[in-house]
Design a protein around this ligand. Structure first.
Ligand code: DX5
Ligand code: ZN
Length: 220
């Protein structure tokens, strides 16, 4: 079983409520919300008021992906604003364990996000404190980038690392996922697949989510 998490970064923000309704109709249960600060990544997106508005507009689970410096200053505030899941980058936090625990204590699911060039050992010790890992398959900052192929091997290694230790940690893959690679991604061990441009890019988000779920489902 896997989940599609549509990323609203590629949605039409002037019609956000409608776009959210459309992905829900397609079978999505999560909504991936990219928070960028213009420092950790070369782009700026949104913050607390938008999360709070989305919270009021939908019962989909909100998965906030913080691409910001000093995430420990803000992580629990995102839970308070309405996020169900909050991920912080291992590259941005010298006290990752403490931040992950604080997200859990605030009532959220804790996520550790890792960039393509950061080795998995950087999050090894934090795994027991993470409800999920966000494995970046593009360098964060923008939607619509090409999937970095070596991410499949990294995903398999992460899957093994988690399974060998009998941990319940989920794996979310983020960046460049679409109909052409979703099956391979799910087979390599992803539980959650973020999809931005492949869901919102063609103006038919309901159908796009349905097709991704259909294509990624491993029939046994
Ligand atoms: C990239 C973001 C992703 C992005 C994915 O910095 O973290 O969540 O929205 O978009 P696609 O699916 O278009 O690569
Ligand atoms: Zn993201």
């Amino acid at each position: 079983m896997f989940e599609i998490a549509p990323s609203i970064l590629s949605a039409d923000f002037a019609r956000l409520g409608e776009e959210i309704g459309a992905v829900k109709a397609g079978g999505a249960r999560l909504l991936h919300v990219d928070v960028m600060d213009g420092h950790f990544v070369p782009n700026i997106t949104l913050g607390f008021p938008v999360i709070a508005s989305i919270r009021r507009a939908t019962n989909l689970k909100i998965d906030a992906h913080l691409m910001i410096d000093e995430p420990s200053r803000y992580a629990t505030k995102f839970v308070e604003a309405g996020a169900d899941m909050v991920s912080v980058h291992v590259e941005a936090d010298a006290h990752l364990q403490r931040t992950l625990v604080s997200i859990r204590e605030a009532g959220g699911r804790s996520g550790a996000a890792i960039n393509p060039a950061t080795p998995l050992v950087a999050l090894e010790e934090a795994l027991p404190f993470a409800d999920y890992v966000v494995l970046m398959s593009v360098n964060p900052g923008f939607g619509g980038q090409r999937f970095i192929e070596t991410s499949i091997d990294k995903l398999r290694r992460l899957r093994r690392m988690i399974d060998e230790r009998n941990l319940p940690t989920r794996i979310e893959i983020d960046g460049g996922a679409g109909l052409e690679n979703i099956k391979e991604i799910v087979e390599a061990g992803a539980n959650i697949v973020v999809a931005g441009s492949s869901v919102f890019g063609a103006g038919r988000p309901t159908e796009a989510v349905k097709e991704l779920i259909e294509k990624g489902t491993i029939w046994v």
